[in-house]
Design a protein around this ligand. Structure first.
Ligand code: LHQ
Length: 255
């Protein structure tokens, strides 16, 4: 693929945004290829995904230099973003974002649609949309307030400050902050560790959290009971209990 690189190591699929000269700015071709790469992540052999950007940035969001960006068919173009965001959220396995340099606009929205974020100490997060008089898209009005709270979300979206990695961690936007040159290594290790876990259950956890955002308590309790039945029937649950009783580390297969 021209704008995306993928490789598999063990059961981790790494997807790298590959337009470093433009800080991995997103265009139609990249979004199509990203969607293809995320479809490939459905392969049962893949148990965790690592999303990253080549070069010094994660992604600067929509490519504003792309010819015709002023005359975009918003319906069609946002359809590409929306498909990718839904793929990230509906993929029943963990997705880790390795965020170096800058993540802005829809680039930040993609990072927020992942399950975990590893940032570099010099990483900057910028919502960016309002800087060019656009409303947030790609799910940012869903993910951001759920992570940072309502009050902070408006400020981050309206004033669009550059958020340092330290602030991002304080706001709950970063799971780990490490030296810039260790971001990929740390995120890979996290993805590899997750890939050895009960990954089918991780998918159920992800589903439960997403659903809880729109359900009342009674419905949440009902959903938890349904998902617990599915988890309880899984081979990994049996292995987890057996390993506990035998006082050894479990060997999960993601089933
Ligand atoms: C870029 C970009 C970029 C192209 C840096 N495009 N070249 C919008 C529209 C329609 C429908 C769908 O949804 C969206 C969603 C969105 O994502 S809206 C938000 C779009 N993104 C932005 O507004 C961010 C624009 N970029 C910036 O504010 C800065 O470049 C940041 C803060 C990201 C980085 O600043 P610096 O570290 O100072 O780098 P730089 O500005 O010098 O950029 C380096 C190069 O990358 C430069 O090219 P050049 O040829 O001059 O070296 C930039 O022009 C290019 N670049 N962002 N989004």
């Amino acid at each position: 693929m021209a704008t995306i690189e993928t490789h598999v190591s063990g059961s981790v699929l790494t997807i790298e945004l590959n337009r470093p000269a433009r800080l991995n700015a997103l265009n139609a071709a990249l979004l199509e290829e990203l969607s293809e790469a995320l479809s490939a992540a459905e392969d049962p052999a893949v148990r965790a995904v690592l999303l990253t950007g080549r070069g010094g940035a994660f992604s600067a969001g929509q490519d504003l230099q792309e010819a015709g960006v002023g005359e975009l068919d918003y319906q069609e173009h946002l359809g590409r973003y929306n498909r990718v965001v839904l793929q990230l959220r509906r993929l029943p396995k963990p997705v880790v974002a390795a965020v170096r340099g800058v993540a802005a606009g829809a680039g930040l929205a993609l990072a927020l649609a992942c399950d975990l974020r590893v940032l570099g100490r010099d990483t900057r997060l910028i919502t960016a949309f309002a800087r060019i008089a656009l409303v947030p898209d790609s799910g940012m009005t869903y993910t951001l307030p759920r992570t940072v709270g309502w009050g902070r979300a408006f400020e981050l979206l309206a004033l669009s400050p550059e958020l340092s990695a330290e602030e991002a961690q304080r706001y709950g936007l970063a799971n780990r902050v490490v030296d810039e040159e260790r971001v990929f290594e740390e995120a890979s290790a996290l993805a590899a560790r997750l890939a050895e876990g009960p990954t089918r259950v991780f998918g159920l956890i992800k589903h439960a959290l997403d659903e809880s955002a729109r359900l009342g308590l009674e419905e949440v309790l009902e959903l938890e009971a349904q998902l617990q039945k599915l988890a309880g029937e899984g081979a990994d649950h049996e292995e987890g209990v057996r390993a506990f009783l035998e006082k050894r580390a479990p060997r999960f297969a993601g089933r």
